[in-house]
Design a protein around this ligand. Structure first.
Ligand code: HEM
Length: 183
C-alpha cells in the first residue's frame, strides 16, 4: 500500500532529533534520528528504537467548506525552506472512541475549533495526518508538521492553543518529537 508509511526511530535517518518529550502517557524510547519511508520498504524497528506505521486516509470531520478553505491554503511537505519538523504520535482515550461520529465532530470543531485554529497557521506550517489505530499500533495517529526555523515559535503557540481545548482532554498519550533535516 503506497499510502502506508513507517516512522523509524533509531541511530540513523534523514531527520535528526533535537528534542523528545512525553507530554502525556508512557514514554517512547529516546532516539537520535527518525526516518520516514513507505511501509513496504522500511526496516523493522531497530533494537534500541521503534517503528510506528500510519496511513494517509480519508477525512472524518472536515466539512466541504473547511475542505475547500484548507485546500486553498495548505502547502505540501518537502518544501526546501522547511528544515524543521515535528512528529507527534497521539493516542486518544477509549471514551473518545466510544462516542458517535457526530459527538466527536462536535468536540473536535464546534467546541474545540481545531480546524479554525489550525488554519491561522497556514501556509507556514505544512501538515500530514497518518492514521495508525486500525493498524493495531500503540498510537491512533502520527501527526507530522514541517516549517521553517523562523516559524518554530508560531508552531509552539499553535500547539499550546490546541492542548488547551476540550478535544485534548481525550488525549491519553502524546509524544512531542522535534526534528531537523540532517545536512
Ligand atoms: C497546522 C495547522 C493544523 C490544521 C489546519 C489542522 C487541521 C486538521 C483537520 C482539518 C483535521 C481533521 C481531518 C478529518 O476531517 O479527518 C485534523 C485532525 C487532527 N489533527 Fe490537526 N490541524 C493542525 C494542526 C495540528 C496540530 C499542531 C496537532 C497536534 C499534534 C494536530 C493533531 C491532529 C490530530 C491528532 C487529528 C486527528 C483527530 C481525530 O481524528 O480524532 N493538528 N487536523
Amino acid at each position: 500500500m503506497r499510502n502506508r508509511f513507517a516512522f523509524v526511530g533509531g541511530s540513523s535517518g534523514k531527520w535528526h532529533v533535537t528534542s523528545m518529550q512525553s507530554v502525556r502517557g508512557d514514554e517512547l524510547a529516546p532516539v537520535s534520528h527518525v526516518d520516514v519511508a513507505t511501509a513496504a520498504n522500511a526496516p523493522a524497528a531497530p533494537s534500541a528504537g521503534w517503528r510506528i506505521d500510519g496511513q494517509i486516509s480519508n477525512l472524518r470531520y472536515a466539512t466541504r467548506m473547511e475542505l475547500t478553505a484548507l485546500r486553498s491554503r495548505q502547502e505540501p511537505l518537502g518544501r526546501p525552506q522547511a528544515l524543521v519538523a515535528a512528529m507527534i504520535p497521539i493516542r486518544k482515550t477509549a471514551g473518545w472512541w466510544d462516542l458517535a461520529q457526530d459527538e466527536r465532530r462536535a468536540i473536535f470543531e464546534d467546541t474545540s475549533r481545531h480546524t479554525e485554529i489550525g488554519m491561522r497557521y497556514l501556509p507556514a506550517i505544512a501538515r500530514q495526518l497518518y492514521h495508525s489505530r486500525d493498524l493495531g499500533e500503540p498510537f491512533d495517529f502520527v501527526t507530522w508538521f514541517e516549517y521553517s526555523r523562523s516559524d518554530r515559535q508560531a508552531f509552539d503557540e499553535l500547539l499550546g492553543l490546541l492542548r488547551a481545548t476540550r478535544e485534548w482532554e481525550f488525549v491519553e498519550r502524546e509524544i512531542d518529537i522535534r526534528l531537523e533535516l540532517q545536512s
